[in-house]
Design a protein around this ligand. Structure first.
Ligand SMILES: Cc1cc2nc3c(=O)[nH]c(=O)nc-3n(C[C@H](O)[C@H](O)[C@H](O)COP(=O)(O)OP(=O)(O)OC[C@H]3O[C@@H](n4cnc5c(N)ncnc54)[C@H](O)[C@@H]3O)c2cc1C
Length: 541
């Protein structure tokens, strides 16, 4: 029996916990909030799988669409594993109680998503994430009842317990005791989602702040493809966040247009034909950006019944946040940061370059290459959780004593509590968001990236002076340096890729280049950032 520490309790963390526990291992599942508050519950449109390979669609086509959508830098072996397992994964979710929408003939329903040759996205209205999380939480609680899973909420990751390239567990920070403790394990799995908080407002959750990736990067873990940041083409901006108008709206037939001289211009259809509105997200966002105008999404012609039945949450969202009835009126949309193709560099088993340390879900970079297809990330979150569990079960490691390190960190925190800060930590996070938004927009350019790197260098240089802000949770204070370091790694990766591919568009390098048909790996060596290129399937953890 192995003792497994999983950091993050969204869909990938829950799946890994269930798989490990079902095999008789002991799992400690850690997150600051319960799974029901994870970003996974926001997932709207659905999960991809070819459930009926004898029909027009095939698993081979799902693989080809995924590789093409990712601009041919995702690994073929990895993507083949993902797409081949998809039907089994959807059946597994159903067996746990996920309720998928069904057609009139009772078959599991499908809808079209961007970049697909055939409709293969399965959904629960536009609340697929909620349905999946609910089913996984019920299963995790059952296994918790049997003593295989221990869930710890209100607990944050602090740092890895790493010696000589081996991970023995993690230091965790409890918001209740305001103390750091060492939790040792035979394997540690990171499942902490994307890097949304770097950008301030996105479609996702600010719980996903990239701190764990940044901190472990500083402790020796390599990261990959950080420059590929997906802008979702259709979001509405509110005071608090960017709200996603799911691709389901276009999957059901929704059309994008702008107005010129009082007439509608259906620019995506003009450029790409009838399937234009459902081009992959990188292409749609770039086209919207190039119009330089306010773009609208129209679904009104679908009729009230279809809208209320197939995309009810989108109807509610637009009414609630924009006061717009989409059965009658088009909704103004803008592209916003939505998903991170980059993250921990992992091999086909989801091992990182640090022994016994795994990464899964959105925080791991795999499967999506330069651009993710809608419906593939829920699939990847589940597939990666299962893959890591298969590999790590049975591991045994004797952990050295970390008590003196823990004592030092608790003393450091105590020391910082006494110091006054000249700069509130959230003010610096705001400055960081302004910096990354202006340097890492839909279209990037050398000068802006260099300015971004200089600004982050400055924030890092004053990080000591902004160590403690009493008005915020202590987590926000201690996480700042890791978050800033991650931001610098993203900017350096974007600077290093001198081509335009997928979600990384450079105005100074307009074309794709054969030289860069590979993944960017970045490592941190005593403060120096080093990048190199590698084939995704060839990465060795
Ligand atoms: C609005 C929206 C709609 C989407 N719709 C779809 C869709 O229809 N189909 C699809 O395939 N994909 C969709 N996605 C993407 C998909 O939902 C995510 O990629 C996926 O759910 C990520 O799951 P995860 O388990 O990797 O991470 P998350 O669900 O983000 O979970 C991360 C976990 O890590 C924890 N955590 C974070 N930091 C720390 C820390 N410091 N210490 C401890 N724990 C920490 C969090 O609390 C959380 O429990 C959507 C995304 C968004 C934002």
């Amino acid at each position: 029996m192995s003792r497994v520490l999983i950091i993050g309790s969204g869909i990938s963390g829950l799946t890994c916990a269930i798989e490990c526990a079902s095999r008789g291992n002991h799992v400690i599942l850690v997150s600051p909030f319960p799974s029901e508050r994870s970003q996974s519950v926001l997932a709207a449109g659905g999960i991809n799988a070819v459930m009926n390979p004898d029909g027009e669609d095939s698993i081979k086509q799902h693989i080809e669409d995924t590789l093409k959508g990712g601009c041919y830098i995702a690994g073929e072996k990895a993507v083949t594993g993902l797409c081949t397992s998809a039907p089994e994964i959807v059946s597994w979710l159903e067996s746990l109680g996920t309720v998928f929408s069904r057609d009139n003939d009772g078959k599991i329903a499908t809808r079209a998503f961007g970049g697909q040759s055939f409709p293969r996205t399965h959904f629960s209205g536009t609340a697929t994430g909620k349905q999946i999380v609910t089913a996984l939480v019920m299963e995790a609680r059952r296994l918790e009842g049997f003593g295989f899973i221990e869930r710890r909420f209100w607990t944050d990751f602090y740092s890895g317990l790493i010696r000589d390239g081996v991970c023995y567990g993690a230091m965790l920070y409890s918001e209740a005791t305001r103390n750091v403790e060492a939790v040792t394990a035979d394997a540690v799995v990171i499942a902490t989602g994307g890097q949304n908080a770097l950008f301030g407002k996105t479609t996702g959750s600010t719980q996903c702040d990239g701190y764990v990736a940044g901190k472990l990067f500083m402790q020796g873990a390599e990261l990959k493809n950080l420059e590929f940041i997906q802008y979702h083409p259709t979001t509405i901006v509110t005071e608090q966040k960017k709200m996603l108008v799911s691709e389901a709206a276009r999957g059901e037939g929704g059309r994008l247009f702008y107005e010129e001289d009082g007439k509608r211009v259906y620019f995506m259809e003009d450029k790409f034909g009838p399937k234009g509105n459902l081009m992959p997200r990188d292409i749609v966002s770039r086209c919207i950006h190039e119009t330089g105008r306010q773009v609208y999404l129209d679904v009104s012609f679908l009729g009230k019944d279809k809208i209320r039945k197939r995309i009810p949450e989108i109807y509610d969202l637009c009414l609630k946040y924009k006061g717009l009835d989409i059965t009658k009126t088009p909704v103004p949309v803008v592209p916003s940061v939505h998903f991170f193709m980059g993250g921990f560099a992992v091999d086909l088993h989801h091992r990182t370059n640090i022994k016994n340390l795994y990464a899964i879900g959105e925080c791991a970079s795999m499967y999506h290459g330069a651009n993710r297809l809608g419906g593939n990330s829920l699939l990847a979150a589940i597939y990666s959780g299962k893959t890591a569990a298969c590999d790590l079960c049975g591991r045994k490691t004797d952990a050295p004593d970390f008590s003196s390190e823990v004592k030092t960190e608790n003393e450091k925190l105590e020391q910082k509590r006494k110091s006054e800060s000249r700069f509130p930590v959230m003010y610096v996070r705001g400055l960081l968001a302004d910096t990354v938004n202006s340097s890492l927009g839909i279209v990037r350019e050398k000068g802006e990236l260099e300015n971004g790197i200089s600004s982050v260098d400055y924030y890092l240089s004053i990080a000591d002076k902004i160590n403690y802000d009493r008005s915020e949770l202590e987590y926000f204070n201690y996480s700042l340096e890791g978050i800033l370091t991650l931001a610098k790694a993203v900017l350096i990766s974007a600077s290093a890729r001198q081509e335009s591919r997928g979600a990384h568009i450079r105005s100074d390098f307009d074309d794709q280049s054969e030289e860069y048909r590979a993944a960017t790996v970045i490592s941190y060596d005593g403060g120096a950032f080093r990048t190199r290129l590698t084939g995704e399937d060839d990465y060795e953890g």
